[in-house]
Design a protein around this ligand. Structure first.
Ligand SMILES: [Zn+2]
Length: 410
């Protein structure tokens, strides 16, 4: 069966990883930084060499288009992001971009023209490091974020996103899905978790992305002297917040194994050794694939927080930070990924994505699915992130076949 060129795909990762290279083998290409521009220019050059035309939209998203026989048909699209976290490895995001390019190169080698055109897209600012929001580029394309709001975002370098897009030469005209429709969208990505490796699987046919809710909890008591205030007379916000954290952990452990509850931020005030803490603010990150479970756990969580605050004589404020519903990918496309992977003889399983991706936004407007490949020990957002050349090639070969299937060969 037709397959991609493993060595060429690997070499492209190495060449791209040299841009913004870090001392421990990783790289840093923050969105719309000079390194991001160099990566974009390298990608655009490679795509032109492969016979693509290039379109840039008003969010700086890059659409590399390989013409088909019937260019009035909507494109079968793939892609991911070129930007990275500050201490990134060589695979998160860029794999989905280079896999799309490698599909084009493999089709060129085989002399195949598809009926519908194909596109590989680079979405701007998936990672949300220099500016917000995460997956902003694909949100604009999908009509989920007004482009003016995106352009007005301030970066950590005190520029606006619009200024950066202009100065880097990546500000194009409005495009959006109405003007530029897709037939379907596929995103290849490293799993960024330990499941595929643990199950000794090569391909994950991703069925969806779990839902996430975030809350900020403010617990208020009273600052007081550590030496003179009897234990029974204290209104210790830290004591109350710590009890809350333990109860929420017990609550999460009593649910099914798909639940994720994290308190990753905890601020104590005044944070002084000899003052009974009068105030604590902490954040809860709650995730599960099923909205009904999220509803139920959220209700219990709120009750536990209330009860604990009342027991301890503390005041409580709970603010919603965000509520992102679970995403369900297109069943036909998920089946297609699974069927093609099995036909290639690759160990394959269905799975959910724990992390968010641009595909969540695409799923709102077009049939979408993702292809996961393993990464060593599930480590990502880390210079030590690692994947094998053969797994990367396997995922790209699955991508090649699902794109050919959707686009058709005359
Ligand atoms: Zn990513």
């Amino acid at each position: 069966m037709l397959s991609v060129n493993e060595r060429r795909l690997w070499d492209a990762h190495v060449a791209m990883g040299a841009i913004g290279a870090l001392p421990n083998g990783g790289c840093c290409r923050l969105a719309l930084s000079p390194e991001d521009k160099s990566g974009r220019d390298l990608f655009v050059g490679w795509c032109r060499e492969a016979g693509c035309t290039i379109l840039i939209d008003d969010a700086g998203n890059i659409f590399a288009r390989r013409p088909g026989f019937d260019n009035d048909l909507p494109a079968v699209a793939t892609g991911s992001h070129l930007d990275t976290q500050p201490h990134a490895g060589l695979f998160d995001g860029i794999y989905g971009v280079l896999a799309g390019l490698e599909v084009f190169r493999a089709l060129n080698d085989a002399g195949i023209t598809t009926r519908a055109p194909l596109e590989t897209v680079v979405w701007t600012n998936e990672e949300c490091v220099r500016f917000s929001p995460p997956t902003g580029g694909s949100m604009v394309f999908a009509g989920l974020l007004p482009v003016d709001e995106f352009h007005a975002e301030r970066t950590i370098d005190d520029t606006s996103v619009r200024e950066d897009l202009e100065s880097l030469g990546f500000l194009g005209p409005p495009l959006g899905h109405e003007r530029h429709p897709f037939d379907s969208f596929f995103e290849a990505h490293i799993e960024q978790g330990p499941i595929l490796e643990g199950e000794r699987m090569t391909i994950g046919a991703v069925t969806g992305i779990q839902g996430a809710r975030m809350f900020e909890v403010e617990v208020t008591g009273q600052d007081n002297h550590a030496g003179t205030t009897p234990m029974a007379m204290r209104r210790d916000a830290l004591n109350g917040a710590a009890r809350m954290a333990l109860k929420l952990n017990e609550l999460a452990n009593a649910q099914d194994s798909a639940i994720r509850l994290t308190i990753g931020r905890f601020d104590v005030s005044p944070n002084a050794a000899s003052t009974v803490p009068g105030s604590v603010t902490f954040q809860i990150d709650l995730r599960h694939p099923d909205d009904a479970v999220l509803d139920r756990v959220e209700a219990t969580l709120r009750r536990l927080l209330d009860e604990t605050a009342r027991d301890q004589g503390l005041e409580l404020g709970v603010r919603d930070i965000c509520a992102i519903p679970p995403v369900h990918f297109d069943r036909t496309l998920v089946d297609l990924v699974e069927d093609k992977a099995r036909a290639l003889g690759l160990p394959t399983m269905r799975m959910l994505s724990g992390a968010g991706h641009d595909s969540a936004n695409l799923a709102a407007i077009v049939p979408t699915a993702m292809i996961f490949v393993p990464c060593a020990e599930g480590i990502s957002h880390n210079e030590a992130e690692s994947a094998t050349a053969s797994d990367l090639a396997a995922g790209a070969t699955v991508l090649l076949h699902v794109m050919i299937e959707r686009a058709g060969i005359v």
